[in-house]
Design a protein around this ligand. Structure first.
Ligand code: ARG
Length: 577
């Protein structure tokens, strides 16, 4: 198997003469911005710094010293860059073989010693799952898969909001008005109704919040009491209710350690801060002052009634994760509205000089917007009853929409319901991960479900076309058999597809580094586009035998890259649609 990139790296190193390890690390080959300049480019900035020369000079010297070989056709300097062109046969062989043999970066990398904690989804069990939690779930699950693909040990954590005042309010509502049979009939909706009812009632009668605070105090006392029993019951019911959407989205967690998990881990945290002499009293509460970090709001770690807060639990969670997982990074996939919370968290860690502060990263994201038909404006997504959704209903709506399109386009499709489920759910996930995550997501049903345009269905459809060709061809599934005797020169005209596939590795690395799954989503759109145009211009099944074999290998590889990329972002591939 040839690995073009490694080969090129060696050749570059050889052309440059003796390279120390630092200079070798400074070689970063990336796809060029403009394909016409070459197949892969080497930016000479870092190398120039190490050699104390100007980048264009280093580039010119390198290009002049570089000799073409069987795999590399040319090297040309362009300003601070050197652009290389692969021989077409080598390009085809290297990519198709690596993909079909599941070699990195197309297959999963060998294990590294990177450990990544990803705190995501984390709904409040006291409140309904809202659109923000859908985004966190989808982005966080994608990041888990992406880091795993790169060989990291990933700890995906659902930091459930199952403690504190929000939960106490729910508990109070259920203790007052709850009816078991109504809960059983539709737990999510019923909890939502109770939540709305509590909100209204508490506005009229503020003593309700005091009651909730009492209940929380009783829960946090650690005693086996009515509150504890109610907590256990509501937590179990919520988890059961969340499982449906999690299954449909293909989302799993390595740890479901909610806020309640830190019940017995907060006292040591408070003591640590006390000992460090940074816990000060303010109106009977224990707080950490953060003015030196430019943060005006102090961080409260214990309320005057002795109970703990969201921050106290997050702090306990950082220390717990530090100890258990020795993390390289801890990512918090949480909406941008909690920016201050995480700034405070980092500052509180810095206050005692804990180096873990540098590893805590808030990964914020924008809102989901829906079109208000009356005003024609995009507004924060809401369903009947306000700023809340029933995730299952949103998924159902997408699936029903796709089912309708399939009924028109492909009425004979076997298994249409199963396909519609994958395509409908996939469309929502894809739409969420299409733009940079801090951007707001527009929930435009018809645009997002369409089989044309920048959509999940469009990419899935490219995969289905490839699957259909393979099905009709009787091409062997075994990669050895499929690759045997392929004349790679015959794939010369597939360079646009292959070069786009070549970007897969760097895209995954960038997505991980920047916590930005959209890098992969966009590459998948481009690969799908190249496949659609390749298939428009080339026959596969009807080509001459030699050509047919070469093209079938390409088709199998392209299908695999699409499936892997879609898999990373959490969209299923389908063989027919
Ligand atoms: N439960 C919180 C909410 O719904 C999100 C928790 C995020 N994770 C964390 N470690 N704070 O807003």
């Amino acid at each position: 198997m040839i690995d073009l990139k490694t080969h090129l790296e060696h050749r570059v190193a050889a052309a440059l003469g003796d390279l120390d390890p630092a200079q070798r690390d400074a070689l970063s080959l990336m796809p060029p911005k403009n394909r016409e300049h070459g197949d892969i480019a080497l930016g000479c900035f870092q190398l120039a710094k190490l050699r104390k020369a100007a980048p264009p000079q280093v580039a010119a010297e390198l290009a002049a010293a570089f000799e073409p070989d069987d795999l590399i056709e040319s090297a040309e300097a362009a300003g601070p860059f050197v652009n290389f062109r692969y021989r077409r046969a080598a390009l085809a062989q290297s990519i198709v073989e690596s993909v079909l043999r599941d070699a990195a970066p197309f297959g999963r990398a060998a294990a590294t010693d990177t450990s990544i904690v990803i705190d995501f989804s984390s709904p409040n069990i006291a409140k309904p799952f809202h659109m923000g939690h859908l985004r966190s779930t989808v982005i966080g699950a994608a990041l888990c898969r992406i880091h795993r693909h790169l060989g990291a040990t990933v700890h995906g954590v659902n930091h459930l909001g199952d403690w504190g005042m929000p939960f106490a309010k729910m508990m109070t509502a259920y203790m007052k008005w709850g009816e078991r049979d109504k809960l059983d009939a539709n737990p999510m909706r019923y909890m939502f109704d109770l939540y709305v009812r509590y909100g209204k009632a508490a506005k009229e009668d503020p003593s309700l919040d005091e009651e909730a605070a009492q209940h929380f105090k009783a829960l946090e006392s650690g005693e086996e009491n009515a509150e504890r029993e109610m907590w256990r019951f509501l937590r179990d019911e919520s988890l059961k209710a969340f499982q449906g959407p999690y299954d449909r989205l293909g989302v799993t967690f390595d740890h479901v350690t909610g806020e309640s998990f830190y019940e017995d881990k907060m006292q040591p945290v408070l003591e640590r801060y006390e000992k460090a002499g940074v816990l000060v009293e303010s109106d009977g509460a224990d707080v950490v002052d953060l003015k030196e970090f430019g943060i005006k709001v102090p961080c409260i770690l214990r309320k005057s009634d002795g109970t703990t807060l969201y921050h106290t639990r997050d702090l306990a969670a950082v220390f717990y994760r530090e100890q258990e997982f020795d993390p390289t990074r801890i990512l918090y996939v949480v909406g941008a509205e909690q920016k201050l919370h995480f700034q405070q968290l980092v500052a509180v860690l810095e206050k005692i000089g804990d180096p873990i502060a540098k590893r805590v990263e808030h990964v914020p994201f924008g809102l989901i917007l829906a079109l208000n038909e009356e005003t024609g404006k995009w507004e924060k997504f809401a369903s009947r009853g306000g700023n809340a959704i029933f995730l299952d209903e949103v998924l159902d709506e997408a699936v029903a929409g796709v089912r309708k399109i399939i009924a028109e386009k492909n009425p004979d499709l076997a298994d249409a319901d199963r396909v519609a489920e994958k395509v409908g759910v996939g469309a929502i996930v894809f739409n969420d991960l299409k733009n940079g995550r801090v951007k707001d997501v527009k929930f435009d049903w018809s645009a997002m479900l369409a089989f044309e345009g920048e959509t999940g269905p469009y990419v899935q459809y490219a995969g289905a076309r490839l699957a259909s060709i393979l099905r009709k061809s009787d091409a062997p599934e075994d990669p050895d058999a499929l690759l045997e005797g392929v004349d790679w020169k015959l794939l010369e005209d597939a360079a646009p597809v292959l070069l786009t596939m070549q970007e897969f590795g760097p895209a995954v690395v960038r997505a991980a580094k920047e916590s930005e799954p959209s890098v992969i989503t966009n590459l998948m759109l481009r690969i799908a586009g190249e496949i659609h145009s390749y298939l428009r211009e080339h026959h596969v099944l009807r080509a001459e035998p030699e050509l047919r074999n070469a093209r079938l290998a390409l088709v199998a590889a392209a299908k695999r890259v699409l499936a892997t990329g879609l898999g990373l972002i959490g969209v299923a591939a389908v063989d027919e649609m």
